[in-house]
Design a protein around this ligand. Structure first.
Ligand code: SF4
Length: 221
């Protein structure tokens, strides 16, 4: 958002008042403050993280967008950039970190792996997209996306923030101010607590479909 836009009230301002005072809306001011000071969390998962690091260095310089302060703690972060392959071993930690971030918080899936599994989509150990567990705001294609692509994705995120309204954002609604996502459990395979009922139902259906004494064992729930 340019300063010009920030100062646009959305209605006619009398000539004599122009250039002597700024009139804007609360939404514009609120969004301008947030979109200009997004602090990303400092962590990377695989090769895409190298491009993220390059984007933070002097040549691309995310300080231009107020995003240079990468925080080592989720408690101080507004933005989670999921940069790299999301494995089943890592997703419980990623969900835990997401839950520990205060609102308002945003998530960017950087690269093919984070967006949908990428070249490892069918791998036994890979989650086919981090959005299976954590809500995403922006997806950045590429393997890996260049620092310019990451910058373009972050500008998209800023545009998304610009369209939010203080009256409708979820963290100012009544009730819990943040949605806690159940942390997946890594056992023989990844178990998603939100799907326990579905898994139990499928296991029961499978068991009832197995003829008694057939010697077949049903899948573990
Ligand atoms: S998208 Fe490509 S570069 Fe990025 S983590 Fe996956 S394999 Fe590596």
């Amino acid at each position: 958002m340019t300063d010009n836009k920030l100062n646009t009230a959305g209605y006619e301002i009398p000539e004599e008042l122009q250039h002597s005072l700024s009139i804007t809306t609360l939404d514009r001011l609120y969004n301008w403050g947030r979109r200009s000071s997004i602090w990303p969390m400092m962590f990377g998962l695989a090769c895409c993280a190298i491009e993220m690091i390059a984007a933070q260095a002097a040549r691309y310089d995310l300080a231009r967008f107020g995003m240079e302060v990468m925080r080592p703690s989720p408690r101080q972060s507004d933005l989670m950039i999921v940069a790299g392959t999301v494995t089943k071993k890592m997703i419980p930690s990623i969900v835990r970190l997401y839950n520990q971030m205060p609102e308002p918080k945003y998530v960017v899936a950087m690269g093919a792996c984070a967006s949908g599994g990428g070249p490892f989509k069918e791998g036994y150990n890979v989650v086919a997209g981090v959005d299976k567990f954590v809500p995403e705001d922006v997806y950045i294609p590429g393997c890996p996306p260049t620092p310019q692509a990451l910058t373009a994705g972050l500008i998209r995120l800023q545009q998304k923030i610009d369209r939010q309204s203080i009256r409708r954002v979820r963290w100012y609604q009544k009730g819990a101010d943040s949605v806690e996502i159940p942390v997946p459990v890594l056992g023989p395979d990844l178990m998603e607590p939100r799907r326990y009922a579905e898994i139990k139902r499928l296991a029961a259906e499978q068991q009832s479909a197995t003829p008694a004494g057939s010697g077949e064992t049903s899948a573990e729930a």
